[in-house]
Design a protein around this ligand. Structure first.
Ligand code: SF4
Length: 223
């Protein structure tokens, strides 16, 4: 386990220094400089955002990418934005976190049997990554998953995260339908569950509500 922790730590150090995608490096840094009105007095992280949580976890939650004023500001995935507010209310109710909020690095958050990470480690303009950017960043996700030795389930939040994971395991995306709550094998060890992303757009339009999200979280935790 010590070797695994050291390896994941050294991977994370490499990720934080990464400048492989010129467009994304420029964007993450410009967002961090310009900021937004309500966070003008904060120091933004403005670098790649690494995974977070229980390294012995059974469940890996994969999101698309850090949010401009969420993870890109706070330095932690699903932290300090509306998606995090919704997701953590649900994770707490499903007993997968110790508190119903994720607001900043020192807020005392502990995940239970869950590790979470973005498929793409840098915020993309308009939340739309290019195929080549995803491909470059997949090498990190691939290595990261290999260090999470107890993982049995990947819970993919949103269609892009779902398809990114399928590609990582060399599976044809056309053979797997993105349906909320659907479950498929990835290999002998890992299964994937698909789930709507907890974005304000999906929550406000009623595509996903707390009950539906908690149902999926309960299904993966009981797996
Ligand atoms: S998206 Fe990934 S590969 Fe591209 S610069 Fe960020 S960390 Fe590096």
């Amino acid at each position: 386990m010590l070797i695994m922790c050291k390896s994941l730590n050294s991977l994370n150090k490499r990720i934080i220094k990464c400048k492989k995608c010129k467009r994304l490096v420029e964007f993450r840094e410009s967002v961090a400089q310009k900021k937004t009105k309500r966070f003008l007095d904060e120091n933004y992280w403005g670098k790649p955002v690494i995974g977070f949580g229980d390294r012995k976890a059974k469940i890996i939650i994969v999101g698309l990418a850090p949010a401009a004023h969420g993870g890109n500001r706070t330095g932690r995935v699903f932290t300090g934005d509306k998606s995090a507010d919704f997701l953590f209310r649900c994770l707490y109710k499903a007993k997968l976190s110790n508190q119903p909020y994720s607001i900043h690095l020192n807020d005392g958050l502990i995940l239970n049997d869950v590790y979470m990470t973005p498929a793409l480690k840098c915020v993309p303009p308009e939340d739309k990554p290019k195929a080549e950017e995803l491909k470059k960043c997949f090498t990190y996700l691939d290595e990261e998953i290999s260090y999470l030795e107890n993982a049995k389930i990947i819970l993919a939040l949103g269609k892009i995260a779902f398809e990114s994971c399928l590609k990582l395991f060399m599976l044809k995306t056309s053979s797997y339908k993105f349906i909320h709550g659907a479950e498929y094998p990835l290999n002998k060890k890992l299964r994937i569950f698909s789930c709507y992303h907890p974005s304000p757009r999906n929550v406000n339009t009623g595509r996903i509500n707390e009950k539906q999200m908690i149902e999926v979280l309960n299904a993966v935790s009981k797996f």
